[in-house]
Design a protein around this ligand. Sequence first.
Ligand code: ZN
Length: 156
Amino acid sequence: MAIREIRVKGDDVLTKVCKEVTKMTPRTEELIEDMIETMYEANGVGLAAPQVGVLKRIVVIDVGEGPIVMINPVILETSGSQTGDEGCLSVPGKAGQVTRPNYVRASFLNEDMDECIIEGEELLARAICHEVEHLDGHLYTEKVEGALHDVTYDED
Ligand code: ZN
């Protein structure tokens, strides 16, 4: 496994539409392992393949309950709304208010290419929406209400 470089806002790769994954290969398995390791190294709750420069429809998410790998994710249903601070590993040191659905139901393929359904609320719903948008070349900064603000990290 390896830590990959996280692309930051301004890099063209973050504005592209990603391609569906049609079969699992050793190369894609390695990409997924690297994405998980890179997400943890950066203390993120999610990472999409274009953020490490690969235009494939793959996201990894961990909201504190272990890693979820979603290949070709599609949001099927949303309801409710939540407004709160959101950040992105591709926009380091910043956060901003974004309104998202409070509930999301999505389909995806797991690493065995089996069809799965996930339901998420609150942070998980927010993370799924955020990461799926990366696959279509969108950043949360397009949806921020008001201005971005600086995030300071407390080492304690
Ligand atoms: Zn992001």
